[in-house]
Design a protein. Structure first.
Length: 83
């Protein structure tokens, strides 16, 4: 019920895959991607498979507070969900 109220701050939810931007490092983190024939093949100089690159990029983004947004949606069951 608290989650449905727009008066309640989103910070009552703990992010699963990252941190809130206020908790992210103040220092900028550089990321380098290498592409071959239009496909990403390396992240920060380390050659990886596509799924490994995606997982590593998600980890980097998460620790820097990227991708955290506030949304209110209607679920099929008629309940409201924010996240």
């Amino acid at each position: 019920e608290d989650l449905e109220s727009m008066e309640t701050a989103m910070t009552i939810v703990n992010p699963v895959m990252g941190v809130w931007p206020k908790d992210a490092p103040d220092k900028q983190e550089e990321v380098t991607l290498r592409f071959e024939s239009g496909r990403c093949v390396a992240l920060n100089g380390k050659k990886m498979t596509a799924i490994q690159i995606l997982q590593a990029a998600n980890t980097i983004a998460g620790r820097n507070g990227l991708g955290i947004s506030q949304a209110l949606e209607n679920r099929i069951l008629g309940t409201k969900s924010r996240g």
